[in-house]
Design a protein around this ligand. Structure first.
Ligand code: C5P
Length: 235
């Protein structure tokens, strides 16, 4: 199967309330492989948002957990009854935190457990910002370091920016599921994303899912915007 055929669209439902998110979910689910519930919607509506959005498509719950291993394990256990398909944790939390999350997911969910995605370096962070936080060497080097660490500790996949998809595939092969935000159809605004690419480029590079928010949710017709990105991924 070609890389292009297996790349799915994940729509980021970054809404302030469930009514707005559900309207976007209804419009975009026919064209999406996953629907993403993030911090804003989860903070406003809690688990009800995950259950409601899950009726439209599998949910990618993007909470980017980052805490001591015991606390993250407890959160994974508490989230399991909501049945998100995917959950994000920060790779920078370290191998013990990631291993604890994996163990909790297996114990609480069994074969049907939550799949864990480790966030490497946020797509809004560029080399200068990374250097300000004390990390030299640039985003690609840091993503490779964190990506390797996270997969060895038990993550099922990684979240990375468009620029790191090809280097990660070269370094880690086909095993990690690669999820890529910061994707923009040609001609649309980059917003606050620093490292962007088009859906077609990402399908070609070997991404499994692209995450697109504002270019769809701020469009006059979100359903049509999602359909057009879905068509670009299949082209
Ligand atoms: O609107 P936009 O397409 O920029 O939305 C991207 C989504 O992906 C947001 O929900 C953001 O929280 C998320 N994300 C990201 N960078 C990461 C991980 C998640 O932009 N590294």
């Amino acid at each position: 199967m070609s890389a292009a055929l297996r790349c799915g669209l994940c729509v980021a439902l970054d809404a302030p309330d469930l009514a707005t998110a559900e309207a976007w979910a209804r419009a975009t689910a026919p064209h999406a492989a996953l629907l993403k519930v993030g911090l804003e919607l989860f903070s406003a509506e809690g688990g009800a948002a995950v259950r409601a959005i899950g009726r439209h498509a599998p949910v990618f719950l993007d909470l980017k957990l980052h805490d001591i291993p015991n606390t993250v394990a407890g959160a994974v256990r508490a989230l399991t009854p909501l049945r998100p398909a995917w959950l994000t944790i920060h790779a920078a939390g370290g191998p013990q935190m990631i291993a604890a999350a994996r163990e909790a997911a297996e114990k609480a969910g069994g074969a049907d457990r939550i799949r864990l995605l480790a966030v490497t370096v946020l797509t809004s962070i560029d080399a200068a910002t990374l250097a300000e936080t004390g990390i030299s060497g640039g985003p690609v080097q840091q993503v490779l370091r964190l990506g390797r660490l996270a997969m060895e500790a038990g993550a099922d996949g990684l979240v990375c920016s468009p620029r790191e998809v090809a280097p990660l595939r070269d370094a880690l092969g086909e095993a990690p599921v690669l999820v890529v935000p910061g994707v923009r159809p040609a001609g649309s605004a980059a917003d606050d994303q620093a490292r962007v690419a088009t859906p077609e480029e990402m399908a070609e590079a070997g991404a499994d899912f692209i995450v697109v928010g504002r270019p769809i949710t701020k469009a006059a017709d979100p359903g049509a915007a999602a359909a057009s990105i879905g068509a670009a991924l299949r082209a």
